[in-house]
Design a protein around this ligand. Structure first.
Ligand code: ADP
Ligand code: ZN
Length: 699
């Protein structure tokens, strides 16, 4: 076995390289200059972490985000690798420990924020300690055009020259301009070996939907994925707050995030998101680069993103662990207008604006695609692929129709009115609706007046939206909302080209999305028990859950149910160190297949109060939404239940003191009944179904 592969297994606990990793690892380990472009979630970090272990000296990792560095350092240490970070977020003690490890020659990876490079002392220090490799994460931050530009990244080129060591740069941003800039700024123009990894993220299910009661659509989507971590991207800050509230009112754990929030509040959301299991963050694109949580199960766009690159980057945050994930994007004509005007009113030079319109067009083309979405998405990145079978259009193919005639009528209505009106007025003309505005302008005299009887208003709106999506018409930035014909439409108008549009995209989106599960129904209880164990360990160690084990690893455990430590070691993601640290703890969960146990419940293990607790929990489960099932979700905390079980209040007033009036009102009667039953049944009450015997829980 090659050393890289045995390290992969022993240290990282992975069975095999992900596509592309092996080549990059080999090149970086051999000391070549490398630029690797890999999609988000492709597993970039491993491509410098593993070579760092194979090469002599320290590998300096430049990364733009403190939180991200800290997470990686923690994960490396968990895997038994000596790593440290020097950032402004360090305590004095932490920095001292890192320096001590460096001086002792123990450290293999040193993470640094680019700002550190500004001080001459840092460079001198790096010279002294013997750096063997520079790794640059998020290398596109060196691009002045990008919205992630970090001026201090421009110092990395200098550092490379000063140290005279190889450099490996990593990014998920693909476009050719950015690539050139990276080569220029980081490698001084000297050609690195470029690895361009495939862009497909096959585990993400792709879907778009036309807005049709968008708030309801969002709530339905989230509702069908209760308890799974997700991000909802919105176009405005205000909307993150209102939608966040709506989700909370619908019983979700949700919070909002945008750039105008205080740094502290933003950090809180980031930390919660990393740690909690099923939190939804409703955010603007400000919630982005720092998020490397691998088990985000879905990303939804409540509004259309600004370009196909942004779309790709944003949905790419879902399912980095490779387990099933979903993306849904809502869009409507207002979104198209908003995004166009943002480009037109922006400060970019004209050629940049034209390119931005092009990128938006590509996204709209994807939104209005007639065939497989993934095929369309990959085609944009220059990859060809067969239909994927894992997108909304593969699930239920679009109904198309020859819309040449309709499109020509619409274009003609616009041209005959001087391209000075928006879709609403043009639809009035086409459908022969003689509004005051139509009459006042004499548009009821036009030959186009009333020629569009084949469609109703709604359908014409869908036609106009699709025409905008195909860039046959564009809102004129100088004339508010007016639609202008583009050159792309000319052949259709002249009868030289035909065009198909989607007929079904105007159908009401009234089907409730099906709930997708990560594992089969049989394995689901075990998976949630494994997750609970993981959460408890993560909380105790104050690390994000995935640092203990990735979702994928837990899924594999739930599905294969290893019965011995040897079998456990064969699970993907269980390296030697983790096996030693956690193997037995998770085996115990699997062997006993216990339900998730709250610490408050665990304290009662083996006692009557424990069984009573289980009964109370069961009684509560039936009433979470009230006796009639229509109330706001309400439940008691585990410690409240534990107190009731221990103190056994005999009447409603006693319960109210323990639970407060709202909870006492909802659960009081049922709880009292349970308590009375227990008094009669005495200590011998039987455990309820589905709850493991208490002896299994003792540890
Ligand atoms: P990105 O390319 O977005 O930086 P990461 O380096 O964060 O991706 O990796 C994404 C996830 O994939 C992480 O959870 C990581 O542990 C996992 N991963 C990386 N390489 C492998 C592999 N060879 N086998 C299984 N999982 C892997
Ligand atoms: Zn498809």
């Amino acid at each position: 076995m090659f050393p890289a592969e045995s390290l992969l297994r022993e240290v990282f606990g992975f069975d095999a390289f992900r596509p592309g990793q092996a080549g990059i690892v080999a090149a970086v380990a051999a000391g070549e200059n490398v630029l690797a472009i890999m999609p988000t979630g492709g597993g970039k970090s491993l491509c410098f972490q593993l070579p760092a272990l194979m090469r002599g000296g320290v590998t300096v990792v430049i990364s733009p985000l403190i939180a991200l560095m800290r997470d990686q350092v923690r994960a490396l240490r968990e895997a038994g690798v000596e790593a440290g970070a020097l950032t402004s977020g360090n305590t004095g003690e932490e920095s001292e420990a890192v320096h001590a490890a460096l001086e002792a020659g123990r450290l293999k990876l040193l993470y640094m924020a680019p700002e550190r490079l500004a001080s001459g002392g840092a460079v001198a220090m790096l010279r002294r300690i013997g750096v063997g490799l520079i790794a640059v994460d998020e290398a596109h931050c060196v691009s002045q055009w990008g919205h992630d530009f970090r001026p201090d990244y421009l110092r990395i080129g200098e550092l490379r020259r000063a140290l005279g060591v190889p450099l490996a740069a990593f990014t998920a941003t693909a476009d050719a301009e950015t690539r050139e800039e990276i080569v220029d700024k980081l490698f001084g123009g000297g050609a690195p070996r470029v690895f361009l990894r495939g862009f497909d993220r096959p585990n993400i299910h792709l879907a778009f939907a036309v807005k049709d009661g968008p708030r309801r659509q969002m709530l339905d989507f989230a509702g069908a994925r209760r308890g799974l971590a997700g991000i909802v991207y919105c176009a405005t800050r205000a909307k993150t707050e209102t939608l966040g509230r709506a989700l909370r009112e619908d019983g979700h754990a949700a919070c909002h995030y945008h750039g105008a929030m205080e740094a502290g509040a933003r950090r809180d959301v980031e930390a919660r998101f990393a740690r909690e299991d099923g939190l939804i963050v409703v955010a603007t694109v400000a919630f982005g680069m720092g998020i490397d949580k691998p088990d985000i199960r879905w990303v939804a766009h409540a509004d259309l993103p600004k370009s196909i690159e942004s779309y790709y980057q944003e949905i790419g945050r879902a399912g980095r662990d490779g387990a099933p994930a979903e993306a849904l994007t809502l869009f409507g004509p207002e979104d198209i207008r908003l995004r166009r005007s943002q480009i037109d009113e922006g400060l970019a030079p004209p050629e940049r604006r034209a390119a931005d319109h092009g990128r938006l067009n590509a996204l709209l083309g994807l939104a209005e695609a007639l065939g497989c979405r993934r095929q369309a998405l990959l085609a944009y990145f220059g990859e060809s692929a067969p239909p994927c079978g894992h997108c909304d259009l593969c699930d239920s193919p679009a109904e198309r129709f020859d819309a040449t005639d309709a499109v020509r009528k619409a274009l003609s209505a616009a041209l005959r009115t001087g391209e000075r009106f928006g879709a609403g007025h043009l639809i009035d003309i086409l459908t022969g609706t003689a509004t005051d505005k139509v009459r006042a302008r004499g548009h009821d005299e036009l030959p186009t007046f009333g020629v569009g009887g084949e469609f109703d208003r709604r359908q014409w709106q869908a036609v106009f939206r699709q025409m905008m999506g195909r860039d046959l018409m564009r809102p004129d930035p100088d004339r508010h909302g007016a639609l202008r014909m583009t050159d792309a439409a000319r052949p259709i108008l002249r009868g030289e080209a035909a065009i198909e549009l989607r007929r079904d995209s105007i159908r009401k989106a009234d089907r409730r999305p099906a709930v997708r599960a990560l594992v089969s129904e049989d394995d689901a209880p075990l998976l949630s028990a494994l997750k609970a164990r993981r959460r408890a360990l993560a909380e105790a160690a104050r690390v994000p859950a995935y640092v203990i084990f990735a979702d994928r690893t837990l899924i594999e455990m739930a599905e294969t149910r290893p019965g011995t430590l040897d079998a456990m070691a064969r699970i993907n993601g269980v390296g030697a160190k983790k096996l030693e640290r956690y193997g037995a703890l998770f085996l115990e969960v699997i062997a006993g297949a216990v339900e998730p146990v709250h610490p408050a419940r665990r304290k009662l293990a083996g006692r009557d109060a424990g069984l009573l607790y289980d009964r109370l929990l069961e009684a509560q489960a039936g009433l979470v939404r009230g006796a009639d099932g229509g109330g706001k979700p309400l439940s008691c905390s585990a410690s409240q239940l534990a107190r009731v079980a221990q103190l056994r209040p005999g009447d409603a007033r006693g319960l109210e003191r323990l639970l407060g009036d709202r909870r006492a009102e909802r659960f009081g009667a049922a709880f009292l009944e349970v308590l009375r039953g227990a008094d009669q049944g005495g200590p011998g009450i039987a455990p309820t179904a589905g709850i493991a015997p208490a002896k299994r829980m003792r540890r």
